[in-house]
Design a protein. Structure first.
Lengths: 242, 242
DNA sequence: CGGTTCTTTGACGAGATTCAATGCCGGTGG
DNA sequence: CCACCGGCATTGAATCTCGTCAAAGAACCG
């Protein structure tokens, strides 16, 4: 399929939200050597222990980072939306310390790591955008430690969903009430440190409280303010204002 | 007290472990404008919501990053040792999204943020070291999400202590058997998402298993291999080899 | 349609929290 | 030097949240 839209459109939009990049910066991104790829739900993009030589960014679909516990249990440590760079850490770290998987069918753009590194150094504003992106990622991980460590199951699930919706909205991908959340209950469990069984029970309670509606396998928020309040969600840690 | 040792000695050593910095790089660090400060156990260095204009690094003592839950519960998200930069994130993010507290009496060096930022851009190798430091921090946060989300209480505590000991050893601050761990049981609980009561019970079991010895308020590992095995600890995520 | 994946529900058990009381240690001041 | 005090550590009992196991039902896919 030949498209008149650059595979870097979402990425450029994201970088623009992170730093005041100019036209030369944008041109440099668009000129990056690359290939576009597709992946199907559950495909691995990066495996723990590997040494990635390409950097990939999401064009369409959703992805998750995860680690495996000794008992075989999976812990998802973050979710990603179109425009996100999925492995900026390998600009400066050789070996992957976690897995990256898509959780829906997805389209991706792959760029040689060396080209990304060169871009970051030759275009300082883009370098700053990369820095901010990595630091915001770290802030999100900290919030997840708090989420999993100190919130009860219902609040925990709601908080994780709030974050996803707010990030999605900030990327111009739809408001809370419009968003169909793409997670299975098992994925929600793996992200919150709960079992899918318990996630199911909590979702039922959230539905009984009139905050969400479950339609088949996906769910929607119907009372955003109430939901946000139930989650105790404060978006400050996302550092959305540039 | 006038000292012939630079307040940047530990920091330079750390940067050297992260990237091949040369003598000019080192000279640039040593020439940084700065002031040395002291703090007492439990003092705050950075408060959530503030806008730091100085960057601080630990010279002596220990520190922790923490966030507060709605119910008032504290979640510690990382511990820090001498040489660590405590707020590299504020090079590119305006507002603090978490607290930084010292957990023992400590000595610190403060550098204007603008000077640190200039150092990172004018000395590319130091910039790389900063990048690696930030990315390794993020890797540690990911491991903590897994730790708190998917490991049982005893393993969780052991894992967190293993990490601390290994990082300390990597900084040349003593081996496992020599190390007197400086944590109260409440701090261990806040770091692992447990109550101090339950931490107490788990420490007793670890002691009964002959892995640790508790002396008054501090504790020591007596069987490092066994302890490491009990924790299921694999140091890969610390990215120690440069 | 047939198989697979995901959801739902119940009964039971385990692990962690809560509450409350006691003991220990180090520091401070009389 | 001793008495007191505050911060931690320790312990037990009762409780509760969440996990485990198991089975059945619903939605989606080719």
């Amino acid at each position: 399929m030949i498209s008149d839209v650059s595979p870097f459109r979402q990425l450029v939009a994201k970088l623009r939200r992170l730093a005041p990049i100019d036209e030369a910066d944008e041109a440099a991104v668009l000129a990056l050597p690359h290939r576009v790829g597709r992946a199907r739900a559950r495909d691995y993009l990066i495996r723990e222990g590997s040494k990635p030589h390409e950097c990939c960014a999401l064009i369409d679909g959703y992805a998750a980072r995860s680690k495996l516990g000794v008992n075989g249990g999976r812990q998802i440590v973050s979710f990603h939306i179109p425009g996100d760079i999925l492995d900026i850490q390998h600009l400066f770290l050789e070996r992957a310390d976690h897995n990256v998987q898509v959780i829906s069918d997805a389209t991706l753009v792959w760029v040689p790591m060396a080209a990304m590194r060169a871009l970051a150094t030759q275009r300082p504003t883009i370098g700053t955008a990369f820095w901010r992106d990595a630091l915001i990622d770290a802030s999100i991980f900290r919030e997840w430690v708090l989420n999993v460590g100190r919130r009860d199951a219902k609040t925990r699930i709601a908080h994780m969903l709030c974050e996803f919706i707010v990030r999605r909205a900030a990327a111009g991908l739809g408001t809370a009430e419009q968003t169909q959340l793409p997670f299975s209950q098992e994925e929600i469990g793996d992200a919150t440190g709960l079992t899918s069984v318990h996630v199911n029970r909590m979702l039922r309670e959230l539905a009984e409280a009139g905050l969400i509606v479950r339609k088949g396998r996906s769910l929607e928020i119907v009372d955003w303010d109430g939901f946000r309040r139930a989650a105790g969600f404060d978006a400050a840690y996302l550092h959305l204002a540039a």
